[in-house]
Design a protein around this ligand. Structure first.
Ligand code: NAD
Length: 496
């Protein structure tokens, strides 16, 4: 099945049938490929090839660079079904979420095509007569992309579509848990690029490797920007290394996203939003809802309604019409169980969280999503456990709810459910949520590509995707031109 998909996506079989790193599907634990993990030397060689590609690509006019991305977007449209299904096999996403991830890739390609004609700079009023000032944006250099298992293709495309229209080649190190989808993206890219005469060789490369390969990318002085998506632990290692060589980083790290549920909230809407954002992708989204901060007057009712809704959620094979697929691996399951134990020890009352479908899938890790009523925001609640656990805490007044929302080390996504305009505005104001994303009457997950995506504090501070996130992929230059016959100095200085 997986081999047939890879074949239709144009992946050379030698890339997934040789090597000693086995790739297992989280759906049933079956082996779906073997790949060879590269080390430092091969990463350095890839970066060398990318640096060469940069010399040519930066000279190609940006709208032509956009044309390459337009063609890549077309290839994705043609292969959406296969790539989406491959995402399901390799990352365990349900059909709709696998397809949705590819749709996100298509959307960012469309965005980047438009952007390729809008890499605008500024003209600035000069204080000197006969002078003009402007600000221009130039290609930056090699972009290194490190990605996580849970968005195995979309995160790469968010970076790569922008990096390429901005004039930069890309070297991508995907998660070692999801190398096959990366090989498929690369095969599609190569097919499109080979017919595009202005595209130099090695414009986009993939290096399949583990942490060592990631470190080689991080440390290579020819990599101008490292865009790294993954855990805060990883970011803590990557950030100082990139900073030590004064390169740039875009860090997209862990989240611990909350919903404030107020007394005026539309509870029907809230139940649907909570279900999708807490249970979807089996709780393995960076924007998954992990904390429900409910007003004491609605807390009991919402918990009851959620328990009823959770009990009806279909858990199972993600390609067979279920809503919750598996966790990525055993480690993830064990992490979830440890967190539930800790929650109990900290006074929590646990609903759900048990292993499911063990008989049918002894080598896979399905769980029923958990709801945990906590006496307060204790240590376990402040930690991101990458599994479907929803902690519920109560609040009395809105200021307290905002304080709870902000009282965790992460700062990715957040939301409030309210029909009170004062609460809605306060939540999105300077004294409201401290997160990169703050929504009203929408859950915290499922961002659109048009906005800048990312978060504060331990989430890393990076922004990707829409708005002006492209500026991280270019270097800014301030230009002053003197078209007069004099040499007036700035600040009125005379020097003779
Ligand atoms: P992870 O940190 O284990 O791995 C992510 C990537 O980093 C992998 O490619 C891995 O090989 C690489 N890596 C690990 N250590 C490294 C090092 N020292 N140097 C260089 N590379 C290194 O994360 P994961 O388990 O794959 O993904 C889940 C995590 O990712 C969660 O914390 C989730 O919140 C986060 N995430 C964040 C976003 C976001 O946009 N903020 C998006 C998706 C996932």
């Amino acid at each position: 099945m997986v081999a047939a998909l890879l074949d239709r996506l144009g992946v050379d079989p030698s890339l997934y049938s040789q090597g000693d790193h086995a790739v297992h599907s989280p759906i049933d634990g079956s082996r779906i490929g073997t790949v060879r993990l590269v080390g430092k030397v091969e990463v350095e060689q890839a970066v060398g090839r990318a640096a060469e590609a940069f010399q040519a690509w930066r000279k190609v006019p940006a709208p032509r660079r956009g044309e390459l991305i337009r063609l890549y977007g077309e290839a994705l449209r043609q292969h959406k079904a296969e790539l989406g299904e491959l995402v399901s096999w390799e990352a365990g996403k349900i059909t709709q979420e696998g397809l949705g991830e590819v749709q996100e890739m298509i959307d960012i390609c469309d965005f980047a095509v438009g952007l390729s004609r809008q890499l605008y700079g500024l003209t600035i009023a000069s204080e000197r007569p006969g002078h003009h000032m402007r600000e221009t944006w130039h290609p930056l250099g090699v972009v290194g992309v490190i990605s996580a298992f849970n968005f195995p293709v979309a995160v790469w495309s968010w970076n790569t579509a922008l990096a390429l229209v901005c004039g930069n080649p890309v070297v991508w190190k995907p998660s070692e848990k999801t190398p096959l989808t990366a090989l498929a993206c690369q095969a599609l890219f190569e097919r499109v690029a080979k017919d595009f005469s202005e595209a130099p060789a090695h414009l986009s490369q993939v290096v399949i490797g583990a942490r060592e390969a990631g470190e080689a990318l991080v440390d290579d002085p020819r990599v101008a920007l490292v865009s790294a998506t993954g855990s805060t632990r990883m970011g803590r290692e990557v950030a100082p290394r990139v900073a030590a060589r004064f390169a740039r980083s875009v860090l997209e790290l862990g989240g611990n996203n909350a919903m404030i549920l107020t007394p005026s909230a539309d509870l029907d809407l809230a139940v649907r939003a909570i279900l999708f954002s807490a249970v979807g992708t089996a709780g393995q989204r960076c924007t998954t809802l992990r904390r429900l901060i409910a007003h004491e007057s609605v807390k009991a009712e919402i918990v009851e309604r959620l328990k009823a809704a959770y009990s009806k959620v279909r858990i199972g094979h993600p390609l067979q019409g279920n809503l919750v697929g598996p966790l990525i691996d055993r480690q993830s399951f064990e992490g979830m169980q440890r967190a539930l134990e800790q929650a109990r020890a900290e006074g929590g009352v646990v609903f759900g969280g048990e292993r499911q479908l063990q008989d049918r899938f002894p080598e896979a890790w399905y769980v029923s999503p958990a709801i945990v009523e906590m006496p307060g925001q204790s240590a376990v609640v402040c930690h991101e456990t990458f599994a479907p656990i929803l902690y519920v805490v109560g609040y009395q007044d809105f200021a307290e709810a905002i304080a709870l929302n902000n009282a965790v080390p992460q700062g990715l996504s957040s939301c409030v459910f309210t029909t009170d305009v004062r609460e809605a505005e306060l939540f999105q104001s300077a004294v409201g949520s401290d997160c990169g994303i703050a929504n009203v009457n929408i859950g915290p997950s499922g961002a659109e590509i048009g906005g800048a995506f990312g978060g504060e504090k331990e989430t890393g501070g990076g922004r990707e995707s829409g708005s002006d996130a492209w500026k991280a992929y270019m270097r800014r230059q301030t230009n002053t031109v003197n078209y007069s016959h004099e040499l007036p100095l700035a600040q009125g200085i005379t020097f003779d």
